[in-house]
Ligand binder design. Structure first.
Ligand code: NAD
Ligand code: MG
Length: 353
């Protein structure tokens, strides 16, 4: 029986991971949470982990890192939100086990360090983010595992006949809107995503499209691809989770009904596939799949992320930091929705001076 450690068990990814673990019969031996004590208590009673810690308590941060590094689980699921997950992710990279990586911000702010540490310790990183899981599935026969890849530093497009990665984006709750229409958006409106039910931070990132910007940088590190070989296309149905274009023009895509429990499960069972909780696609009912170009006027965050990705790790770190601050300010009613990209642009511009 496989054993799991879940960092951030009370969140959207954390709770869905527990569902998947129960369905697969995997044993959860350790879990951590930062808030929502009531849910955490319920989870402890149901899953009876050997270790469970609340990272917001005094000394909690050290305990969180200790669990990430020393729980002994076969798989560590990183489901903390934001940069707060960096130290525990790096600790998990030192285990030589498998990381099922959902927490994307550590890759955005310190991608090279994360990937290098994983390589040094022989730790596998399997993506949970649906787009990256899709790409991982589309290239599976090409590179068994990027974090363990022997061609360190080599780009995926070198020698693997891959010409580009195509990340799909739903477009979020404000797809098709003009800047003017978004002037007075409230946090409540921005938190309402059409296809996914997620934590607050990633929901706002999806509304500004910074989520796709962060995913661009995440993909660069996971798959060693330069930013100009990663394209973003809006696909409102969220059925194609991403695609890989090969040098001969062939495109391989991964499709499924939008349900995070599938990429979570795949990161746990890889290289095997098991029956899952996800409903199969009903193509006839679906009728059609559509695509459109991202709108750079309404959603400048995506361009800001491309710019940071091209500039290098320092700008990426500042982009991520500024975004976390801006999202927090917006959620607390301190800045408007359209000020989020402005805030990030000002901060990353300073980085250029
Ligand atoms: P969430 O806010 O729902 O849950 C976050 C979890 O981390 C909770 O258990 C919380 O208690 C814990 N946490 C919060 N702050 C912490 C801190 N400072 N220290 C330690 N623990 C802390 O978030 P989520 O939506 O589950 O997202 C988790 C990560 O997965 C994010 O990086 C997100 O971008 C990524 N992700 C989420 C989804 C999704 O569908 N929710 C999809 C793809 C990727
Ligand atoms: Mg995603």
């Amino acid at each position: 029986m496989k054993t799991l450690t879940i960092l951030g068990s009370t969140g959207s990814i954390g709770t869905q991971t527990l569902e998947v673990a129960a369905s697969l019969g995997y044993k959860v031996i350790a879990m951590t949470a930062h808030s929502n004590l009531e849910l955490f208590e319920q989870q402890k009673n149901k899953f009876k982990p050997e270790t469970a810690i609340l990272s917001s308590e005094p000394g909690g941060e050290d305990k969180l890192i200790d669990i990430a590094k020393n729980s002994g689980a076969d798989i560590i699921v990183t489901a903390i939100s934001g940069m707060a997950g960096l130290a525990p992710t790096l600790a998990a990279c030192e285990t030589g086990k498998r990381i099922a990586l959902a927490n994307k911000e550590p890759l955005v702010c310190a991608g090279e360090q994360v990937m290098q540490t994983a390589r040094r310790y022989g730790t596998e990183i399997i993506p949970v983010d649906s787009e990256h899981s899709a790409i991982f599935q589309c290239i599976e026969n090409k590179t068994k595992n990027m974090s363990r890849s022997s061609d360190e530093g080599k780009c995926l497009n070198e020698g693997h006949q891959i010409s580009k990665l195509i990340l799909t984006a739903s477009g979020g709750p404000f797809r098709g809107k003009t800047r003017k229409e978004l002037e007075n958006i409230t946090p409540k409106e921005a938190l309402r995503h059409p296809n996914w039910n997620m934590g607050e931070k990633i929901s706002i990132d999806s509304a500004t499209m910074m989520n796709k910007g962060l995913e661009l940088i995440e993909a660069m590190h996971l798959f060693s691809m330069p930013p100009d070989k990663i394209e973003v296309i809006i696909h409102p149905e969220s059925i194609i989770h991403s695609m890989v274009e090969y040098t001969d023009g062939s495109v391989i895509a991964q499709l499924s009904t939008p349900d995070m429990r599938l990429p979570i499960q795949y990161a746990l069972t890889y290289p095997e596939r098991k029956t899952s909780l996800t409903k199969p696609i009903n193509f006839a009912k679906l009728g059609k799949l559509t695509f459109e170009k991202p709108d750079p006027d309404t959603f400048p965050c995506l361009e800001l992320a491309y710019r940071a990705a091209k500039q290098g790790p320092k700008t990426c770190r500042i982009l991520n930091e500024a975004n976390e601050e801006a999202v927090e300010l917006f959620l607390n009613g301190k800045i408007g929705f359209l000020e989020i990209p402005q805030y990030i642009e000002d901060r990353t511009n300073k980085c250029l001076l």
